[in-house]
Each structure stands twice: as structure tokens, then as C-alpha cells.
Design a protein around this ligand. Structure first.
Ligand code: ZN
Length: 299
């Protein structure tokens, strides 16, 4: 008659801790840890082992006894995500066990990375140690590693009033009256719009503004397919309009015409918002619309 196998449960535990000697090499590593320094040991072939070992695992030769400070930062070479940490784990929240190659080391050590999310610990992740308050000379003196801070979220709020400088104020006061004001350089005879007080070409001083008509010609344009609150519809056209009498164009919306009919050389006229809606701003110009005149030859 078969009998049940005899089973006994054994637990091997040293509740007070199991004391063992570290040997000089690991001992040095742990002693340095207590001082919050990370060291490796150099092998006869020149590689730096971290954590240090007494024998080079590659050759079996004793290491040199030359200690090299490494880290403190390092690079994750591989990781495994722990969804449900156990009591003995270094963190009580999900974390990654990672192989971390500290800067200056040729081998990787295993430690926990507190990253919040498994996707945050791909190979190549830069991590820094987070030290315990009172180091005692154990690997757990490093509470865990944390990913390098690569971005911060900071509240931003800027409130400002833009005060138009003298020349721009003159121009916008003109716009509020439904006229474009330009400035003529007495030396170059160039007319700039918006009005400005000095010539960008020669630095000459520009005097009183000159009134320009609200008509001009499209020198170049772009068809836009993304909505814009100022635009009449989508697609809409933005263009450089050279006002009659001006020597540099200004940028403007084109309206009252299908986008595909807009062309270079097309004559246009400013469409102003009703006088009672006007403010000293470019919002007074709704857009430029075709005048119906023959196209102009552009030089
Ligand atoms: Zn000039």
C-alpha cells in the first residue's frame, strides 16, 4: 500500500543576521559606500569591476588592488519590472531591478530603480543613486537609483502689457482711422510701412509719416489649410501685399475670393471693420480683397 511522501518544511533564517567577513576587496567597496563613494577595482587587464571582486571573472587572475572611484551616475543596461514588491524589497512600490553600469565602470551592478513606470527604464536610461540618511556600509546605503531629471513641469503665467513704441503707436493710430502710415527715408527715398522713425538701409532719420492708400498688389502668397480664427474660411490665403507707394510689402489675409483664384500681381484693397468697431490694432483690417483691376506686372 503506497504511503504519502513524508514532507517537512524547513526554514533557514538568521533573525539577528549572519555575520561573515567580506574580504578586503568587498570590504573596501562597502567602507567607501558608507562615505557615499562608489569604487571599483582595476583588473590586470585594466578593466574596472563594480562591484569589485577579488578575482577577474574573465581571466581568474587576482585584481590589482587599484581602486577607482566611479559614478555616482550610471546607465541602465537591462531591467526587469517588479509590479508587486515583497517585504524584503528595497521599495514598497512598483520598481525596476536594473543592471546599472556606473560611469567609469566596465561591469554593471544590480540595484533598484524607482521610475514609477516600466516604460521609464529602457536600456540607456541615466540614473543617479539616492542615498539613505545614515549609511552603514551596505549596498542598501543606496536606497535606490532614480532616473536623471530630464524635464520639470513648472507653472508658467506671464501677464504683460505691450506698449507700442512711438513709431508703432503712430502707425496704429493711423490704422484706427482706416489709413496706413508709412515713412519715407529722405536719403534713399524708400517708403517703409509700417511707419518707422529710422531707415533700416541707411540709418537716416525719417520725418513725418505719409499716408498710403489702402490698395496694393499681392507679391507672394500662401494657401493655408489649418484654421485660423482671423481667417474667413479654410483654406485661406495669407499674402505679402505691397501697398501702392510703399517699397516693402506687409503681410495680410486675403478674403472675398476663393483661395485657388489668388495669384501674384492681383490688385487688392483693404477691407476695414466698421468704424464703431475700430481699435488701435491691426484687427481693424479684416483682410484684403480683390479690386477687380487688371493684374500688375511684378518686377
Ligand atoms: Zn535710407
Amino acid at each position: 500500500m503506497p504511503s504519502d511522501p513524508l514532507v517537512a518544511r524547513h526554514v533557514l533564517e538568521f533573525p539577528g543576521g549572519y555575520t561573515r567577513t567580506t574580504g578586503p576587496v568587498i570590504g573596501r567597496f562597502l567602507t567607501e559606500l558608507r562615505a557615499r563613494r562608489l569604487v571599483g577595482v582595476r583588473t590586470a587587464e585594466g578593466r574596472v569591476l563594480v562591484p569589485p571582486l577579488e578575482y577577474d571573472p574573465a581571466t581568474g587572475d587576482p585584481v590589482t588592488g587599484e581602486y577607482v572611484e566611479v559614478g555616482p551616475a550610471g546607465t541602465v543596461t537591462a531591467s526587469a519590472w517588479v509590479r508587486e514588491p515583497r517585504a524584503a524589497h528595497p521599495l514598497d512600490r512598483p520598481f525596476a531591478w536594473a543592471l546599472i553600469r556606473l560611469d567609469g565602470a566596465d561591469t554593471a551592478l544590480v540595484h533598484a530603480v524607482d521610475a514609477g513606470d516600466p516604460r521609464a527604464v529602457p536600456p540607456g536610461t541615466r540614473v543617479w543613486p539616492v542615498w539613505k540618511d545614515a549609511p552603514t556600509g551596505q549596498i542598501t546605503d543606496i536606497a535606490y537609483f532614480a532616473p536623471e531629471v530630464t524635464k520639470i513641469v513648472s507653472p508658467v503665467r506671464a501677464e504683460y502689457r505691450l506698449r507700442a513704441g512711438g513709431a508703432l503707436r503712430v502707425f496704429l493710430e493711423g490704422v484706427a482711422r482706416g489709413v496706413f502710415l508709412g515713412g519715407r527715408c529722405p536719403r534713399c527715398d524708400q517708403v517703409y510701412v509700417p511707419y518707422r522713425t529710422s531707415c533700416p538701409e541707411c540709418g537716416g532719420r525719417i520725418g513725418e509719416p505719409v499716408e498710403l492708400p489702402g490698395t496694393g498688389v499681392i507679391t507672394t502668397f500662401a494657401i493655408n489649410n489649418l484654421p485660423d480664427p482671423r481667417a474667413p474660411e479654410v483654406p485661406f490665403v495669407s499674402a505679402y501685399v505691397l501697398l501702392d507707394g510703399a517699397d516693402i510689402p506687409m503681410i495680410a489675409l486675403i478674403g472675398d475670393v476663393p483661395a485657388h483664384e489668388v495669384r501674384q500681381g492681383m490688385r487688392v484693397r483693404a477691407v476695414w471693420v466698421p468704424e464703431e468697431e475700430r481699435t488701435p490694432s491691426m484687427a481693424n483690417v479684416r483682410w484684403f480683397a480683390p479690386t477687380g483691376e487688371p493684374d500688375m506686372e511684378l518686377s
